[in-house]
Design a protein around this ligand. Sequence first.
Ligand SMILES: C[S@@+](CC[C@H](N)C(=O)[O-])C[C@H]1O[C@@H](n2cnc3c(N)ncnc32)[C@H](O)[C@@H]1O
Length: 299
Amino acid sequence: MSNLPVPRPFLKWAGGKTQLADALVERMPSAFNIYHEPFVGSGALFFRLYRARRIRHAVLSDLNAELIDTYIAIRDCVSQVIAVLSEFRPDKEFYYALREKDPWLLSLPERAARMIYLNKTGYNGLYRVNRQGKFNVPFGRYKSPKYLDQMNLLAVSQALQDVDILWTSFETVLQRAIPGDFVYFDPPYMPLSQTANFTSYHANGFGLCEQAKLRDVCVELSEKKVYVMLSNSDTETIRSLYGLPYFTADEVLANRAINCNGAKRGKITELVITNYRCEATNELPLLSERAANSVWNIA
Ligand SMILES: C[S@@+](CC[C@H](N)C(=O)[O-])C[C@H]1O[C@@H](n2cnc3c(N)ncnc32)[C@H](O)[C@@H]1O
């Protein structure tokens, strides 16, 4: 197993944090106990930290059941996942036949292989389901999609061996995290503008209510002396939600889709909010300087 490459995210994921990973690592606490990532997605920060040997023990979770089953299958039966993937074909006909299959009637390795294949060969690596919960992303336009990266899957499996992987909503982290642990939250972002595509505050099924609930979870974790880092869009709503003495924010530059259909990209600022003082230089208090000074520091 020692000849394995360094593990990398095995899925493309909307809002994936690969390009922000360095900025996030710079803003982490220097030492912590258990690492929790309750919106794990493709796990860009987790894999970055694993490679840097910054993780002793981790709990990864997400509300997407197929995603979580894929992590579990790679951890527990990676050779079966690889065996199923090696039987697949990269053509349109095969894609639509596999897309039609109900994932919940497949075995765990088959379900994981289907998820990886659809993600790597479907349009833009999107994960989108219709009202009936059926995956409805069209076939992508790739010349030779690489849906079977055997060495990376083996490396990922090794990285996940001591990791707890849970299908659960973010607020349950309150039952697990204890003082000295570190929680990184990367929720579906608050939309930058309320355009026609966003029905009021409920884009992504993660609306203002959920954002406020997440802020309350961050407050409770702060009271428990758990380190918290959260990324989100730079909007008035997010600044005002986290405008409490527990938190400070740092602006980071990200290359993102800047209009609603994602066609136009550009640099925009995003917020990295922490409940501890980090060493990064452009940290800004969200409240007044006096309130920000009362932020506790357990480093
Ligand atoms: C911005 S993505 C995370 C991206 C991830 N950091 C990465 O590098 O790929 C947000 C994730 O939140 C998950 N999610 C949405 N609502 C959730 C909830 N209530 N609890 C936990 N996860 C949730 C989605 O399934 C999605 O994977």
